[in-house]
Write a protein that binds this ligand. Structure first.
Ligand SMILES: Nc1nc2c(ncn2[C@@H]2O[C@H](COP(=O)(O)OP(=O)(O)OP(=O)(O)O)[C@@H](O)[C@H]2O)c(=O)[nH]1
Ligand SMILES: [Mg+2]
Length: 380
């Protein structure tokens, strides 16, 4: 490969291992016959890591903003190689895998992920809870929501072509950066490869805090997909609510020998309203993300746009509101006709309340959706 390689190593208090990792990376590049540099991005280590890395021949950069992601973003900005290789400074990744990464890049992959599960995991290198609980749950969720098909989504050894960096849209400062990179690569439809990498016992102390960092990953995965966080649950609640509401409007229903009456209808009204709210918030989030070009236009939104316009939204909302109003008006008329005697019209009244609320929500949501588009859209 004629182009250079930049190995970027984030480092926070890794004095036991950083120098040997720098030397191992340099040796691996020499053996692979590629020119390159090793960049260590330090976050104010207090154990002499920076000095040790310099002595071993690395270019050391000090980044003020703390965090694994912040360190990498700075390192990538400083890197000069055409190919960027990522690894920990703790000695856990075996650089004999380097030629495999470079081969895949030469073959046309944009991003190459290491897979520790395809390689060898030294006993004790990965805590049992990470291997069998944390990693499968987070990788499973990541692949379920974003369909990347990557086996070891949290592997810290990776390589990518520097020119795909803008498409990766990296922003997350902490450990969730590892998930962000994979998700964005998949969203940008980059070609992603996987190569085996051996995982060894790290030297020094782990910087990974299982629960807070696990939660940062989980939070990121949820927040980054309005479809799964809002649209799917919102739609489910809305449908269940509507079924209960409409089925119980004429009167009580007996199912499997049990009587379902007004209280279940109240529950139906509640679910309908909550479902609609959650669904609307999801549409706002999605519209905002697409309008800001943070997310590509997807099938759901495209289908919706095909049938939906501001005028149709307003008309549908007004229709629902008027429907509810007519029902209430009819109840009032009947009441007056009975000389304001005892009134028992809770079912239609509940139905009318939900219809009027949904109608207003639909109208204001339509206005809001189109206001987002109008105000946020970049000038051509
Ligand atoms: N600059 C910088 N580096 C960090 C920070 N947090 C972690 N690192 C480095 O990022 C790499 C990954 O962190 P690790 O503690 O090894 O996390 P891990 O590999 O998931 O966990 P282990 O399996 O225990 O090693 C190591 O080289 C750390 O020194 C940080 O806030 N700033
Ligand atoms: Mg590590």
């Amino acid at each position: 490969m004629s182009e250079g390689v930049s190995v970027v190593l984030p480092c926070l208090n890794e004095v036991d291992s950083v120098a040997s990792v720098v030397r191992e990376a340099k040796r691996a590049m020499d053996e692979a016959g590629v020119a390159g540099e090793v960049i260590v991005v330090d976050n104010g280590s207090t154990d002499g890591s920076a000095e040790a890395a310099i002595a071993a021949g690395a270019r050391v950069i000090n980044e003020r903003r703390r965090g694994y992601g912040s360190a990498y973003m700075r390192g990538f900005a400083e890197a000069e190689g055409e190919v960027i290789v990522m690894a920990d400074a703790d000695g856990s990744y075996d650089f004999s895998a380097l030629p495999g990464f470079l081969d895949r890049i030469r073959d046309g992959d944009d991003l190459v992920m290491g897979s520790r599960f395809k390689g060898r995991i030294e006993p004790g290198a990965m805590p049992w809870t990470h291997r069998h609980i944390g990693s499968p749950i987070l990788s499973g969720l990541l692949n379920l929501l974003y369909r990347t098909g990557i086996e070891d989504a949290h592997c810290g050894m990776r390589a990518f072509r520097r020119d795909v960096l803008p498409e990766l849209r990296l922003r997350m400062p902490g450990m969730e950066f590892a998930s962000e990179m994979v998700v964005n690569a998949a969203r940008a439809r980059l070609r992603i490869g996987e190569v085996p990498v051996n995982y060894r016992m790290r030297g020094g102390k782990s910087k990974l805090r299982t629960v807070p960092d696990g939660w940062r990953h989980l939070r990121f995965l949820m927040l980054y997909s309005p479809t799964h966080l809002f649209l799917v649950p919102g739609l489910a609640l809305l449908l269940i609510g509507l079924v209960l509401l409409v089925a119980l409007l004429p009167g009580p229903v007996i199912v499997l020998g049990r009587l379902f009456d007004i209280h279940v209808m109240v529950l139906g009204a509640l679910l309908t309203l909550i479902g609609f709210q959650v669904l609307a918030i999801g549409l706002y989030a999605k519209t905002l993300a697409v309008t800001l070009r943070l997310q590509p236009m997807d099938r759901t939104l495209r289908a919706l746009r095909a049938v939906f316009s501001l005028e149709r939204g307003l008309a549908a909302g007004a229709l629902l509101f008027v429907l509810g109003f007519i029902v209430d008006f009819w109840i009032a008329t009947e009441w007056a006709a009975s000389g304001f005697g005892p009134l028992n019209a809770v079912r239609p009244a509940l139905f009318a309340l939900v219809a009027m609320l949904l109608g207003l929500q639909t109208m204001f949501s339509s206005l809001f959706l189109f206001a987002i588009e109008l105000q946020v859209r970049e000038p051509a």
